[in-house]
Design a protein. Sequence first.
Length: 202
Amino acid sequence: MSDVVSVLFAREDIRRRIEELGRTITGDYDGRAPVLISVLRGGSVFLADLIREIALPLSIDYMSISRYDGATESMGRVRIVKDLEDDIGDRDVIVVEDIVDTGLTLSYLLSVLDSRGPASVAVCALLDKTARRIAPLDVRYRGFECPDVFVVGYGLDLHERYRNVPDLLAVQDIRAVDVDPSPLEAFLPRAPRDPSDDAGVT
Ligand code: IMP
Ligand code: MG
């Protein structure tokens, strides 16, 4: 096993945890029709699996933001690259995030959403790196507490790649995989079977 990359949460653990989160959200929002907002791009894989575990007449919407990579990280100020399609006034909003790290991005986003007059806003994050939190934030629904390592897979990227890795991986040495990505590539989904392999089999 590589000491550069290791499985932090396996796909089966993720599936089970999302089932539990879905059940909890279903109970908490009984009789209501929340809108689940995914922050592109990392949160999209989690959202896709989560909504299929929630037994409510929910809707979904997407938002895309880009961070200003300024010297002071501009205190989480973000630019909205793609805004929501629908009005969230009087709606119960659940923001679905892949990972909350410093919390700066999300707390800025929450202030933007709050200004639009929703009935309620809650945060659902698959991973919570509480050790790195700068902006205090109430993560109402948390998949897993995440150690302070760089995490890749299940929607999360390393230089825009490996979002399609089905497990959540911890990358201990980013520089090492920049030089030699093979330890990460070993976790990509296996190539589909070649149908011609079945030729002659009845
Ligand atoms: P923050 O909470 O404002 O620091 O930013 C959170 C965002 O940074 C997340 O939505 C991710 O896009 C990205 N991010 C933070 N930690 C990781 C990680 O370990 N792997 C991949 N992306 C990360
Ligand atoms: Mg993100």
